[in-house]
Design a protein around this ligand. Structure first.
Ligand code: T46
Length: 140
C-alpha cells in the first residue's frame, strides 16, 4: 500500500512536548490547507471517499481513531493514537475514519485548497480510477 507512516521528532523538556512539521522537509508536499476534525459522534464514520490528486497527512493530535485504507487492490487498517505520528496519503487511496475516541482531534495537512471536484465518492468509480492509474503506471 502506498501510504506512509511518519514519526516526527519530538522536542521535549520539563514544560512538555513540541512537534514541528516542515513542508518538503518532513512531508513530501507543500501545505496549502489545514483542517481538523473533532467532536465526532460515537459510532460514526467519516471520509468514505478518495481523491484524484490531493495528498494529505493525517495526525491524531489528541485521542485516537482508526483509518481503513484501500488502494483498490488491498485494504489496511491503521490506528492513529500518537500526536507525533502521521500517515501520509497520496492520491487515489479510499479512506474511512472511524472509532474516534470522544477526545479525538484529527489534524489534516493538505497539498491543495478545498475542491469538491477532486473527490471520488462512488466506490465503483474509485475502483475504475484505481484500475486506470495502475494501467497508466504500467505503461510509463
Ligand atoms: C479527507 C478526510 C480525511 C470545507 O468547506 N473545506 C474543507 O477544507 C473540508 C475538508 C471540508 N469542507 C466542508 C465540506 C463539507 O460540507 O466541510 C464539510 C465536511 O467535509 P467532508 O464531509 O468532506 O469531511 P470528511 O471528514 O468526510 O473528509 C475530510 C476531507 O474532506 C477529506 O479530504 O480526506 O477528511
Amino acid at each position: 500500500m502506498e501510504y506512509k507512516k511518519h514519526l516526527f521528532q519530538t522536542h521535549g523538556d520539563d514544560r512538555g512536548m513540541l512537534v514541528a512539521i516542515e513542508q518538503l522537509n518532513d512531508i513530501p508536499f507543500e501545505i496549502k490547507r489545514i483542517y481538523y476534525i473533532y467532536n465526532t459522534q460515537n459510532g460514526l464514520s467519516r471520509g468514505i471517499h478518495a481523491h484524484k490528486t490531493l495528498e494529505q497527512l493525517l495526525i491524531c493530535v489528541n485521542g485516537s481513531c482508526k483509518l481503513l485504507l484501500d488502494n483498490g487492490y488491498e485494504k489496511e487498517t491503521v490506528l492513529l493514537d500518537q500526536p507525533h505520528e502521521g500517515v501520509y496519503l497520496p492520491k487515489g487511496i479510499w479512506r474511512e475514519m472511524y472509532d474516534f475516541s470522544p477526545d479525538a482531534v484529527l489534524l489534516v495537512l493538505a497539498s491543495e485548497l478545498y475542491d469538491e471536484a477532486d473527490y471520488i465518492r462512488n466506490y465503483d468509480a474509485f475502483l475504475a480510477f484505481a484500475k486506470e492509474e495502475k494501467t497508466h503506471e504500467g505503461s510509463v
